[in-house]
Design a protein around this ligand. Structure first.
Ligand code: NAP
Length: 316
């Protein structure tokens, strides 16, 4: 099959597009003919070796954790999914090896959701990692509800775009942080306020909109952004970071529920996110597509922070 892959950790120049064997199809797995594969910051962080001590891996690695296409075959014991059905999945597996940037990927049936009719494959491929991350942070962990104020850092990114829409759909007031040229985009996603993420008085600007502090913070940036977040979340509030373990002393001091989250596949949750997007209740992020052959360029764009919404590779 055609696949993008790399045989050692390093820069984008190590990405090849060539022929590899199809992935093995185990009992309980679904083989997906991938038509579109989303690009995530995680993809190039993994390619650089950032997770080599925490995520088991085997070379050659096919990158990509977001797949959309149709069922090509099902393994023994799979029910409810059959050849030809349009599906989408977060393809994260216990070993980093067989990713979504290939003609075929095999994933457990429990990771798979049917693609709503109104979404095309690139749109569906924009949702698994970003949508599940936002859902697991805001719905599963923070249990965001109407009347709360949610602060989303990195609101113009893939996770941020969907987090703004999901928080808004649950009835929360949403404050997003982004660079100023993204403000109109983030407002169109449903944010009530968009603040310049580089402004020196960012904390004061947040507290001007939520005097007692916000109920929930989703930190997609880490570092100084996480440090600032301790000061703007209300006592007893919730803080989720996607990039760093929150400081236990800071959290204990304010009695926060806090955690670092690592997204996990969940076909049921993915179906819920996809249904909200398909119905228009949660806006679809802006999507830019490139053919698989341009994967190195796609990784470089993501590394440079030059992507608004989602970047998706198409696989013909
Ligand atoms: N733990 C997990 O399971 C998990 C899952 C998904 C993502 N993540 C992590 O969450 C973060 C966001 O992912 P994503 O896919 O949404 O990324 P993305 O689409 O590239 O978006 C990141 C956004 O953050 C903003 N940003 C502000 N300061 C930044 C900085 N110092 N470095 C990078 N971006 C900055 C940028 O917006 P402006 O241009 O407006 O500043 C950018 O749009 C990444 O670090 C990713 O690795 C973790």
């Amino acid at each position: 099959m055609k696949a993008a892959y790399y045989a050692r950790f390093g820069g984008a120049e190590l990405l090849n597009v060539g022929e590899l064997p199809e992935p093995p199809l185990a009992a309980g797995d679904v083989l997906i003919r991938v038509r579109a594969a989303g690009v995530n910051r995680l993809d190039w962080k993994i390619r650089q070796g950032a997770f080599k001590s925490t995520l088991p891996y085997a070379f050659p690695i096919i990158p990509g954790w977001d797949a959309a296409g149709e069922v090509a075959a099902v393994g023994e014991g799979v029910t409810g999914l059959s050849k030809g059905m349009r599906v989408m999945a977060c393809t994260r597996q216990p070993v980093v090896q067989w990713g979504a940037c290939a003609e075929y990927v095999a994933v457990p049936a429990s990771s798979v959701a049917q693609t709503p009719q109104s979404l095309d494959d690139p749109q569906a491929a924009a949702l698994p990692v970003a949508g599940l991350t936002a859902w697991q942070a805001l719905v599963e962990f923070a249990r965001v509800e109407a009347g709360q104020t949610v602060l989303v850092h990195g609101a113009a990114g893939g996770v941020g775009s969907l987090a703004v829409g999901i928080a808004r759909q649950r009835g929360a007031t949403v404050i997003g942080t982004a660079s100023p040229d993204q403000a109109d985009y983030v407002r169109a996603l449903g944010a009530d306020a968009v603040l310049d993420d580089a402004a020196p008085d960012l904390a004061a600007a947040i507290l001007a909109r939520a005097a007692d502090g916000v109920d929930v913070v989703l930190d997609t940036v880490g570092g100084e952004t996480l440090v600032l977040s301790y000061g703007v979340v209300k006592p007893g509030g919730t803080l989720v970071s996607l990039v760093e373990q929150p400081d236990l002393d800071q959290c204990a001091h304010k009695d926060l529920s806090a955690r670092q989250l690592l997204v996990r596949p969940d076909g049921g949750q993915l179906a819920e996110v996809a249904a909200l997007v398909a119905s228009g209740a949660v806006p679809l992020p802006e999507i830019q597509t490139l053919p698989l052959e341009r994967i190195a360029e796609a990784h470089r764009l993501s590394e440079a922070g030059q992507v608004r919404g989602k970047l998706v590779l198409t696989i013909s």
